[in-house]
Design a protein around this ligand. Structure first.
Ligand code: SAM
Ligand code: SF4
Ligand code: SF4
Length: 331
């Protein structure tokens, strides 16, 4: 197992399979930046399924236990279930993060192709707030239908990612938690992060994990759950009835010390931190036809030298120059 300069293993691999999206969430792909004139990656600039499989085959022996497919919106990638089928043959946990709009259509096929779990992003239960956050005409009912289809297909436990923005969707916190209570679906509330360079983030818009907990505790008695492993990003709480809720506190309580995630961006770069401005150009290496060992050694070398802990240094004002966008690195 490879460990980085701070002793952290490479346990999770997140792969952004596409830079396009059918939503324009204001915190991720604001329309002013990702408008009709925005140029997306050409097909040949994105790693093919064969190349992704080659990469995964090389990297798994370094200690990877889990692969998460993300984007952009991964369900927009042509023949996406085929990629799931290819990667599921490696026998490590295979998960998906999606905005859920196309999930009703694909859930069963994805489960049959070997997908294990799915996380669906959903920021509100009322259409008005949901459409404001995602800047689309999509309806909450479309996403709920996708979540139901995922549960029916056995992609459990289904998790919900909810980004909370001050003055926009705090009211959704209790509504979402109450809606999914008793269903086995776990809502995880995420502090709004300063990812990328286009969302004009300001700390004033962050609702902290403790503020979210306070909102939840106004109605529910919640006790913390002791984490199963160090690399669990969400701090979990539960009610006496066993209903769980997660808090992802990247801003108020960073967890870099336990960060075991390597990321492949949609343009085929290997990033060792969500906030990196430089990624290792693995696509060029793959296209130079290396052996499996050569590819593994290169990734191992990059990981061995990793010392990232951006979120812990944020308050020291060490803002990186032009960090990669969330839609390219996938969260
Ligand atoms: N399109 C898919 C989706 O939305 O689930 C996958 C990609 S999206 C970039 C992955 C996750 O990143 C989503 O759950 C989204 O809410 C989260 N995200 C995007 N921008 C964020 C930000 N500025 N702060 C916190 N989370 C963010
Ligand atoms: Fe698209 Fe996901 Fe980003 Fe929203 S968060 S714009 S759904 S990639
Ligand atoms: Fe990991 Fe970087 Fe986030 Fe820290 S800031 S938890 S190192 S991705």
């Amino acid at each position: 197992m490879v460990r980085d300069a701070l002793g952290r293993p490479l346990r999770d691999l997140r792969i952004s399979v596409i830079d396009r999206c059918n939503f324009r969430c204001r915190y991720c792909m604001p329309r002013e930046v990702f408008g009709p004139d925005h140029s997306y990656l050409e097909r040949e600039e994105i790693l093919s399924f064969e190349e992704l499989n080659q990469l995964v085959t090389s990297i798994i022996p370094l200690g990877v236990e889990k692969i998460r497919l993300t984007g952009g919106e991964p369900l927009l990638r042509r023949d996406f279930p085929k990629l799931v089928e290819i990667l599921s043959s490696h026998g490590v946990e295979l998960a998906l993060t999606t905005n859920g709009l196309l999930l009703e259509r694909y859930a069963k096929e994805l489960a049959e192709a070997g997908l294990d779990r799915v996380t669906v992003s959903l920021d509100a239960l009322d259409d008005e707030t949901f459409q404001l956050m995602t800047d689309t005409n999509a309806k909450v009912s479309d996403i709920l239908a996708g979540i139901d289809a995922a549960v029916a297909a056995g992609l459990s436990p289904v998790k919900i990612n909810t980004v909370v923005r001050k003055g926009v969707n705090e009211h959704a916190v209790l509504q979402l938690f109450n809606h999914f209570r008793g269903s086995g679906v776990i809502v995880r509330f995420i502090e709004y992060m300063d990812v990328g360079a286009s969302n004009n983030w300001s700390r004033g818009e962050v609702v902290t994990g403790s503020e979210i907990l306070e909102i939840l505790r106004s109605e529910h008695h919640l006790e913390p759950i002791i984490p199963e492993n160090d690399s669990q990003v969400a701090k979990l709480w539960q009610t006496q009835d066993g209903d769980k809720v997660g808090l992802i506190t990247s801003i108020s309580e960073p967890f870099c010390g336990d960060c075991t995630r390597g990321r492949i961006s949609s343009e085929g770069r290997f990033y060792t931190c969500l906030f990196s401005d430089i990624g290792f150009d693995i696509k060029s290496i793959i296209r130079s036809e290396p052996s499996e060992d050569e590819l593994r050694d290169l990734v191992s070398f990059v990981w061995l030298n990793r010392a990232d802990r951006y979120s812990e240094l944020r308050d020291e004002g060490r803002r990186i120059h032009l960090p990669i966008e969330m839609s390219h690195i996938g969260g």
